[in-house]
Design a protein around this ligand. Structure first.
Ligand code: NI
Length: 278
């Protein structure tokens, strides 16, 4: 358990990650889960097709996600790493269903993100359920962030637009990988160069985590044109096109056009420099 500002910063600098950070009480995390599952029973539906909606900037469409990416407990931790001015660039809810065997191979999130400065960004991972080795939590390799980007191989058999299968076959330090065990409402932070991956879910329960890429406003998109949302402090740089504000509803239909516009801008960037999300 990282308990003080100093130890969070020390752990992050040394290891390239920090956890388990208390972002909110377990009961509050469970209310977010309940709101998502109410949507699954209603307009959004269930299963992989429905989950696509959660994979690209859900905070532009869903009230629960807009609240989570702005949550004080989350931002207070993020601020310790990248400072008081904070933007959300990407976010995705990852639901690993019971007995889902999908393995996310070793990778570095920043490899294809195309950000001008990977040290001024951080990936937050917010647990809405318990995360464990058994249910397929993320494993992180200590110190891997300090060795630069490693060339990723591309697996053509799983090549998709949003997850092209880029991976690192046998990274140094693999045997030292640490499982990110969290209770609901806890979170981890990892550097965009930290090598990580996750096994399948061997349990009968869902694993639900919201991953959020936070950036300081001085970071630029290498694609030259992309969108982001300011969630704390001020943007004195103007490198990012602003996004719409808070959705009014859990699935705000008035936000669909803005969400689509943002997705199209990212799609154009994907075609130049793609980005695997998980
Ligand atoms: Ni990742």
């Amino acid at each position: 358990m990282v308990e003080t500002t100093e130890s969070l910063n020390d752990a992050f600098a040394r290891d390239g990650f920090a956890f388990a950070l208390d972002a909110m009480p377990p009961a509050e995390a469970q209310t977010f889960r309940a709101r998502i599952e109410a949507l699954e029973r209603g307009p959004v539906g269930h299963g992989p097709a429905a989950q696509k909606l959660y994979r690209f900037k859900p905070h532009l469409l869903f009230r629960w996600a807009a609240e989570l990416v702005r949550h004080k407990g989350v931002l207070d931790a993020v601020e310790r790493v990248i400072g008081p001015d904070i933007m959300v660039w990407a976010a995705g809810l990852f639901i690993k269903e019971p007995h889902d065997p999908t393995v996310i191979k070793w990778h570095q999130d920043g490899y294809h993100m195309g950000l001008s400065d990977n040290d001024r960004a951080v990936r937050a991972w917010i647990a809405l359920t318990e995360t464990s080795v058994a249910n397929g939590t993320m494993h992180v390799i200590p110190g891997s962030h300090s060795k630069g980007f490693v060339t990723h191989a591309e697996d053509d058999s799983v090549r998709k637009l949003a997850l092209r299968g880029e991976h690192i076959a046998a990274p140094a330090g693999e045997a030292l990988a640490v499982p990110v065990r969290l209770r609901p409402g806890q979170m981890s932070l990892h550097h965009l160069k930290t090598i990580h991956g996750s096994p399948g879910n061997a349990t009968g329960q869902r694993r639900m985590t919201l991953a959020v890429s936070y950036i300081a406003p001085d970071v630029r998109p290498r694609s030259g044109r992309d969108t982001a949302t300011l969630v704390r402090g001020a943007d004195r740089h103007g490198h990012w096109l602003p996004e719409a504000g808070m959705p009014e509803a859990e699935f705000d239909q008035t936000c669909v056009a803005a969400h689509t516009a943002s997705m199209q801008i990212r799609l154009a960037a994907y075609l130049g420099a793609t980005m695997p999300e998980p």
